[in-house]
Write a protein that binds this ligand. Structure first.
Ligand code: FMN
Length: 176
């Protein structure tokens, strides 16, 4: 079976998580295609789908929302997992929750087989000037907060769920 690992990124962090996830799924024996949502991948050609999105201003990337809406039927008909990549996921006070993920899932008729909120990075040299100004004014902590071993572990965890032939309409088995 082939799994689509699709991602939406603004400053590149989500792509690095998606690449790490792809390596983990391949190590579990799954074939995978890694595709930027800018290329408008068609999920119909895949047996399972993982979507990753960066978070900005309390929302997933617009391309992630519009792509998921456009393909909601296909995503509901095959195992579907979602991960976010954000600044606040690095904050222990958030307990792994991410408003943007909750809002994204609430807007769609999908029950993923797995959901996870991973920390990304906030690197000023990857941001346009107006966003650097915004981050500075909000006193957003900067740095690379990624936990790639956690992404690898999640890949191992979800491989059997993606392989399992369940659909996006089944009860969530791995949600945080
Ligand atoms: C303009 C801007 C707004 C952001 N807003 C949020 C936010 O609302 N919540 C959050 O947790 N992280 C926020 N972040 C941090 C990003 O989620 C983080 O940089 C993440 O790694 C972005 O993923 P990407 O590099 O794939 O785009 C913001 C970052 C920027 C530059």
């Amino acid at each position: 079976m082939t799994v689509l690992v699709a991602y939406a990124t603004h400053s590149g962090a989500t792509r690095t998580l998606a690449e790490t996830l792809q390596d983990a799924l391949r190590a579990e024996g799954l074939e995978t295609d890694l595709v930027d949502l800018e290329e408008s991948p068609d999920p119909a050609g895949y047996e399972a789908v993982v979507l990753g999105s960066g978070v900005r201003i309390e929302a997933v990337e617009k391309t992630a929302m519009s792509w998921a809406r456009a393909h909601e039927g296909e995503l509901a008909g095959r195992p579907f997992a979602f991960f976010s990549c954000s600044g606040s996921a690095a904050d222990p006070a958030k307990g792994g929750r991410q408003k943007a993920t909750d809002a994204f899932l609430a807007a769609l008729c999908l029950t993923p087989v797995a959901v996870r909120n991973f920390p990304g990075w906030v690197l000023m040299d990857r941001l346009p000037l107006r966003e650097r100004v915004l981050m500075t004014s909000l006193r957003t902590p900067t740095g690379d907060f990624r936990d790639l071993p956690a992404v690898t572990a999640w890949g191992r965890e979800i491989a059997p769920l993606l392989r399992g032939g369940g659909t996006g309409l089944t009860a969530p088995l791995s949600r945080r």
